[in-house]
Design a binder for this molecule. Structure first.
Ligand SMILES: *Cc1c(COP(=O)(O)O)cnc(C)c1O
Length: 386
């Protein structure tokens, strides 16, 4: 059976061009970038070239890029770095209720350490209310962290407008752009952000590598300690193959942005209209327009998302779900809860996240399988059971 992968917001395959760029750095160019001999110089050169590639792709300068182990670490360094630096002075953060756990759980850690956090709500379409952000600002606020695009429902936040609020109140602004890079334009000056997180494996690069943009003039306290690598902010011998892969992935994402987003957007729109045309009692979660071109998050009334995911998997189609009704915790996604999705729908969600290599045939196939599977599940489930 041919398998169809439509879970690109979870992770992506490494692009062959990325792989080719990385390979020499595992073997003949294995040097430590801190070494003074020619092996070290080769690695240092790759490090510097990669840094300028990443910087250029997001409109930043080479000195403003720090390599990390991924999106999670970038978010941690940004939030903890600012709050630790400002300890005893400003200690209040503003974030949103629909952030990725990398931000939300860092915030709860910071709360436990005595900092204060305001979690700004979103509307039913998953967009942060600017008025609420503005009202949340206090005398001791130091940082706003609001994601560029949501990983579950794909909504794109008004980061530029939030930057206006940050500037007016002399606050730092961090955005998690892990999902938006490669799908919509990401430019640090266009967005007006001070810090921005990137992850490689969401954009056809390898896992375990990412970057944090830190605007010049901002000093963060480190979260981990060691040698002076990455301006002391992320010490440890640099993962050169990973960094080379990340740089290649980011620049490919930038190069292909126009074509990729047009292609994925066409598939996504067709998927949405097919689903609404063939299946009743379905919702599209998130904003109808202000969303990533590759994301469609559906909720089917009286269907259990995890069963739907399993049956799609048996049909060779990989998607993801925000609900895990069958696990004892009856866990449902904090994002779907935050947009106020009705109880009849909340456990029946699936996220389809498309990639550049998906085709219209695959989308048509998914629609057919979804139609059959939803009908089957509705037949066997009694309403309100989950
Ligand atoms: C995947 C993801 C992360 C975590 O990135 P890792 O590189 O896996 O640590 C953070 N934020 C968002 C929005 C994500 O989708």
């Amino acid at each position: 059976m041919k398998r169809i992968y439509m879970d690109h917001s979870a992770t992506t395959a490494v692009d062959p061009l990325v792989m080719d760029a990385m390979l020499p750095y595992f073997t003949e160019r294995f040097g430590n970038a801190s070494s003074l001999h020619s092996f070290g110089q080769e690695a240092a050169e790759a490090l510097s070239d990669s840094r300028s590639m990443v910087a250029e792709s997001i409109g930043a300068r080479e000195e403003e890029i720090i390599f990390t182990s991924g999106g999670t670490e970038s978010d941690n360094i940004a939030l903890q770095g600012v709050l630790s630096r400002e300890a005893g002075k400003r200690q209040h953060i503003i974030t949103s209720v629909i952030e990725h756990p990398a931000v939300l759980n860092t915030c709860s850690f910071l709360e436990s350490a005595g900092h204060e956090v305001t979690y700004v709500p979103v509307n039913s379409e998953g967009i942060v209310d600017l008025g609420e952000v503005e009202r949340a600002v206090r005398d001791n606020t130091v940082l706003i962290s609001i994601m560029h695009a949501n990983n579950e429902i794909g909504t794109i936040q008004p980061v530029k407008e939030i930057a206006g609020i940050a500037k007016e109140n002399d606050l730092y602004l961090h955005t998690d752009a892990v999902q938006s890079v490669g799908k919509i334009p990401v430019d640090v000056n266009g967005l007006g952000v001070d810090m921005l997180s990137i992850s490689s494996h969401k954009i056809h690069g390898p896992k375990g590598i990412g970057a944090l943009y830190v605007r010049e003039g901002i000093t963060l306290d480190p979260v981990i300690f060691g040698g002076g690598h990455e301006r002391g902010l992320r010490p440890g011998t640099e993962n050169i193959p990973g960094i080379v892969g990340l740089a290649k992935a980011v620049s490919l994402a930038r190069e292909r942005l126009g074509a990729d987003s047009a292609h994925m957007g066409k598939l996504r729109d067709s998927l949405i209209s097919n689903v609404f045309g063939t299946i009743s009692d379905v919702r599209l979660n998130g904003h109808p327009k202000q969303r990533l071109p590759n994301n469609a998050n559906f909720s089917f009334k009286h269907v259990e998302g995890e069963s739907l995911l399993m049956m799609l998997d048996m049909a060779g189609i990989a998607v993801s779900t925000g609900s895990a009704c069958s696990s004892r915790s009856l866990h449902s996604s904090h994002v779907l809860t935050s947009i106020g999705l009705e109880p009849d729908y909340i456990h029946g969600s699936v996220r389809v996240s498309l990639g550049r290599e998906n085709t219209m045939d695959e989308v048509d196939h998914l629609t057919g399988v979804l139609q059959e599977t939803v009908a089957k599940l509705r037949q066997i489930s009694s309403p309100g059971q989950c």
